[in-house]
Design a protein around this ligand. Structure first.
Ligand code: IVH
Length: 685
């Protein structure tokens, strides 16, 4: 390809990717499959790496990251990034108002109220419409240049097209992690035995400083902008600047309000105290700013913060209640979590009965004793926290909590690894919650996708002694499942359970999805196996690097560390897993059932003209390939995809659950009907 051809191809592909991104993120719909989209994007990435000088400044490939920054450059802020003085009381806010009135010499001014978003401040510089630099607050005078990471945040525009843009200006705002994303990351971490992250704010600042921008991209950060700075800007008040920001295409939270008196400010504060809890992100107060820029100048700033603005912080709601007991939960990886069982108490809209205590250190830190009156708090996060003990109310005969030494479910002695806060039950093979957790992890949609099984049925199968280990699933037969009766917990019955029986259809569905899981890609199988610290991304990297379970199992510690993103913790965990005789047997059994234990390269076929002149209709669901992959294979080999069956059609590739009318027509016209494996044979696979 010549440079000229590459230039126009890059422009065309960038436009297409932008278009589909806009549909997906902006309008919540799609016109092409994920597979087709990934192909476009990959083609663009490949071309950009071949012709780096032709990469567009606002290339959509920057959204997915991929660059590694070893250390971030320090950049001085053109305008210092001040902080805000905080107040927690109405009185202090009234004092602020009085100071403003005094400073201005009159009451003729407006306030502008915004929520205080709980994330990390970021400054963005735009030059000639393009995002030039993204810098963290740092110490207020200079911060880190994290532009490549910021570019993965989809609500930060890479290019602006409005007609009234200043040549150069700065926009500031708050980067945050939506609570839903934070909860998802923590659920995933718990699933693979990692400790939970503390809160969305710390996670956001940690994420922005990550070296690998593709990991930043996967964390779905978001950003609200709240101020514009520059020389000779065309507006003289904050409300107009916010209006301009919105029109230029920046993400501005619609929660702001212009207030013409301090009473209106109080109303705003009262209105948002509870309403803010329904927002998808954490907020911890209200920022009250003087609207007019001239008046701001008149009031000035101290070295640390402006005199024209203040933050009113909401107190996190807290309640006192009795600690009735401490119970212990056992997770899939055997991790023990102590839980405070509380006298039910109403707090910020819900009744709180339990709160996680995380680990033994936390209990010791709080010096908790059963019978204590404890303070429970619900900050931005939904999960309540025990924050302290009301010592005056401590019963005289109370004793410090003695942390359990044996597993509450199987009585095995607990272990605690050096440098770790969490205790573990080492009875991996038969501790009931670990057995269930491992199976649940294995069948989940992101792994083997056998979710038709359901948690209750899974429990039933374990109770009946039919499965203990994920490999046992592949020994199940329709005959065993059909009509199988098992107990399900129920509070409606006196004995605490009811009996359920599996119908023919459910039994068949389960068998079918187990069978289908044999086609699941190696990387997902590896994730499903459930090795500690091996999450989806790590499984993908390992599969890419080692290509088969055999090579992964044989890898030495040093070889494991050579794989991208594999550190000591994961390498040790892998070695420990594969050292166990039982685990090796388990892997052998999975292999014997025909699961994908190596990367499938059949999709990487070279282009050919084997199918030249032939037409195909693809219909139904397939085991080894998606419909899009099959269509792609046809195209790559010179064939043509058509959508309806006619007398001229050469092949109908028939999968499961295909529509009867296509089949009928194909029979009527005498069209050749072939299965997926016959199709593969056509291609010589
Ligand atoms: S205005 C001169 N508006 O709070 C200060 N800040 O303590 C200009 N913040 O560093 C900041 N929401 O990270 C402003 N609506 C909002 C905000 C906000 C959150 C953060 C920001 C800033 C810190 C100040």
């Amino acid at each position: 390809m010549t440079e000229l051809e590459a230039k126009s191809k890059i422009a065309e592909l960038s436009k297409q990717v932008d278009y589909h991104n806009q549909l997906y993120y902006g309008e919540d719909r799609t016109e092409i499959s994920d597979f087709e989209f990934d192909k476009l994007l990959q083609e663009l990435i490949d071309l950009e790496s071949k012709f780096p000088t032709l990469k567009l400044q606002d290339s959509p490939t920057q959204r997915v990251g991929g660059t590694i920054t070893k250390s971030f450059e320090t950049v001085y802020h053109k305008f210092p990034m001040l902080s805000l003085s905080n107040t927690y009381s109405k009185e202090e806010l009234t004092d602020f108002h009085d100071r403003v009135v005094k400073g201005l010499g009159h009451e003729d001014f407006e306030y502008f109220c915004e929520l205080k978003f709980d994330g990390t401040a970021l400054s963005l510089t735009y030059k000639n419409g393009y995002l030039d630099k993204a810098v963290t607050r740092g110490d207020g005078t200079r911060g880190d240049n994290i532009t490549t990471n910021a570019k993965t945040i989809r609500t930060i525009p890479l290019r602006l097209t409005a007609g009234d843009l200043p040549e150069e200006f700065e926009v500031r705002g708050e980067v945050f992690m939506p609570r839903e994303v934070f909860d998802r990351i923590n659920a995933e971490r718990e699933d693979i035995g990692e400790e939970r992250l503390a809160n969305p704010r710390n996670t956001t600042s940690g994420t922005l400083k990550m070296q690998d921008s593709s990991v930043v991209a996967s964390r779905n950060l978001d950003c609200f902008l709240y101020s514009v700075l520059g020389d000779d800007l065309a507006f003289d008040n904050h409300a107009d600047s916010i209006d301009r920001l919105e029109r230029w295409g920046f993400n501005v939270s619609p929660t702001y309000r212009r207030c013409s008196s301090i009473d209106e400010v109080f109303e705003y504060i009262a209105e948002w105290e509870m309403k803010r809890l329904e927002l998808p992100l954490d907020t911890d107060g209200v920022v009250i700013k003087i609207n007019n820029f001239k008046q701001r100048e008149q009031l000035g700033s101290t070295a640390k913060s402006p005199r024209w603005a203040i933050a009113y912080k909401y107190k996190s709601e807290s309640a006192a209640t009795k600690l009735n007991a401490i119970t212990y939960q056992v997770g899939r990886t055997g991790a023990i979590t102590p839980v405070a069982e509380l006298e039910p108490v109403f707090l910020a809209g819900t009744t709180v009965k339990r709160a996680s205590l995380h680990n033994a250190n936390e209990i010791a830190r709080l010096d908790l004793r059963v019978g204590d009156t404890v303070f429970v708090e619900k900050g931005g996060e939904i999960i309540p926290k025990v924050t302290g003990v009301h010592l005056d109310e401590r019963p005289p005969d109370s004793e410090p909590v003695k942390y359990i030494e044996n597993c509450p479910k199987c009585d095995t002695e607990l272990i605690r690894m050096e440098g770790e806060a969490v205790h573990y039950c080492s009875n991996v093979e038969s501790c009931p919650p670990q057995v269930l957790g491992r199976l649940e992890h294995f069948i989940q949609r992101r792994a083997m996708n056998i979710e038709s099984l359901g948690k209750e049925t899974l429990k039933g199968l374990i109770d009946k002694g039919l499965v203990e280990n994920p490999a046992d699933l592949y020994d199940l037969t329709f005959e065993t499942l059909n009509g199988l009766e098992f107990q399900v917990a129920s509070d409606k019955n006196e004995n605490g359970y009811s009996v359920r029986s599996l119908r023919e259809k459910s039994a068949q569905n389960i068998i079918d999805s187990i069978e289908k899981s044999k086609a699941i890609a190696f990387e997902d199988v590896l994730f499903g196996i459930g090795i500690r610290f091996v999450g989806q991304t790590v499984a993908e990297k390992l599969a890419d690097h080692f290509e088969s379970i055999d090579r992964l199992m044989e890898a030495s510690y040093e070889e494991l560390l050579e794989a991208p993103e594999i550190g000591e913790k994961i390498a040790i965990s892998l070695q420990q897993f594969f050292e166990s005789e039982k685990n090796r047997e388990f892997i052998d059994r999975l292999k014997a059932t025909g699961l994908q234990m190596a990367v499938d390269k059949s999709g990487d076929i070279a282009d050919s003209n084997i199918l030249e002149g032939k037409t195909f209709v693809i219909s139904g669901v397939f085991t080894n390939h998606s419909r899009d992959e099959l269509k792609e294979m046809i195209k790559k080999n010179g064939g043509k995809n058509v959508s309806s069956v006619s007398a001229k059609l050469d092949y109908l590739v028939a999968g499961d659950n295909m529509g009867p009318s296509k089949l009928e027509k194909a029979n009527k016209f005498g069209v050749k009907i072939i299965s997926e494996s016959e199709f593969e044979t056509l291609l010589g696979l």
